[in-house]
Design a protein around this ligand. Structure first.
Ligand code: DGY
Length: 319
């Protein structure tokens, strides 16, 4: 059997694939084009895809693979309904990137609030004239309210970190989570979270229901001293409306790891001092990316052997 890997992933994953299959790996320095993906994968049984690859029904029909392993926990790049209709198992990489993503979320909370990037720039530009009681003041964390949208694996890991910082934690989710006592977290409605949080952080997938969950209306209800953090998916926020809110200081700042149309991002964002932007590096630690590679490869091996993979996203195909 042959599998196509749409980008170089850590060696540990490629070795697992090589033990079981003939493999073809796209070695380019930027995401593979749709055309090349279709050409290279069309004689393959399995596909190891990235979040940068759009795998829709047309691509599925053209390549005709029997299994797709996505190298990410999120899978909004794949049309799951189309895969399910075609009985193609799709897998993801949950769990292994939880801590790395929570760490980056906290790094963004700290960076935007304590103005780390702005301060670094200030110093490099030679503007520092000496210690100043009112220079580059930012926000505190102790006693501040962190609002977590989605208390799943990553949201919970963020809450654990926030507890260590002495923050009050509120969250919103479809239902109350039993872990809330351990985290000293309190379930609130989405509306309550928007209005009462000093920091809001998003940890839900991008779906038709969560598309533009935060836009003009929600931003106008946030505290003017609040910060918005997103390490989930860019399209959950209406980016144009966020930029307006940041320009007008309707909220104090934002920390963004994800954008509306990656790798392109709105150039207006780069002009703002009250935003910290990083290029979708939530899971970008050596250890985590290795674990993701191993998990994605094992998922593909299981799926192509006809087993139900542990991290199956559409288990209904086996009904
Ligand atoms: C994911 O896995 O979905 C992250 O966005 C990238 O690691």
């Amino acid at each position: 059997m042959k599998v196509f890997v749409t980008r170089k992933i850590p060696q540990a994953g490629l070795e697992i694939l090589r033990e079981h299959f003939e493999i073809d790996v796209f070695e380019g320095d930027s995401p593979i084009s749709r055309e090349e993906l279709v050409t290279r994968a069309s004689d393959c049984d399995g596909l190891l895809s990235l979040l940068t690859d759009t795998i829709d029904s047309e691509v599925m029909d053209e390549i005709g693979v029997k299994a797709i392993a996505n190298y990410a926990v999120g899978y909004d790049n794949i049309d799951i309904t189309a895969a399910t209709q075609r009985k193609i198992p799709v897998t993801n990489t949950p769990g292994v990137l939880t801590d790395a993503t929570a760490d980056l979320t906290f790094a963004l909370i700290l960076s935007i609030s304590r103005r780390i990037v702005e301060s670094d720039k200030y110093l490099r530009e030679g503007r520092w004239t000496g210690w100043d009681p009112i220079l580059l003041l930012g926000g505190d964390f102790v006693g501040k309210t962190l609002g977590i949208i989605g208390l799943g694996r990553i949201g919970t890991a963020v809450a654990k970190r926030a507890k260590g910082f002495g923050m009050n934690i509120i969250y919103t989710d479809h239902h109350k989570k039993s872990i809330e006592n351990e985290l000293s977290a309190r379930w609130v409605t989405f509306e309550e979270l928007i209005v009462n949080s000093d920091y809001i952080t998003i940890h839900i997938p991008h779906t038709t229901d969560t598309h533009h969950l935060i836009g003009k209306e929600e931003l106008s209800k946030m505290k003017s001293t609040a910060y918005l953090i997103n390490t989930s998916r860019g399209k959950i926020i209406n980016e144009i409306e966020l930029i307006e809110a940041l320009k007008n200081r309707q909220i104090t700042g934002a920390g963004l790891d994800v954008f509306y149309e990656e790798p392109d991002f709105n150039p207006e964002l780069a002009k703002l001092d009250n935003v910290v932007i990083v290029p979708h590096i939530g899971s970008a630690s050596f250890e985590t990316r290795n674990k993701m590679a191993v998990m994605a490869a094992e998922n593909l091996v299981e799926a192509l052997k006809g087993e139900i993979p542990e991290n199956i996203v559409n288990p209904e195909i086996y009904d």
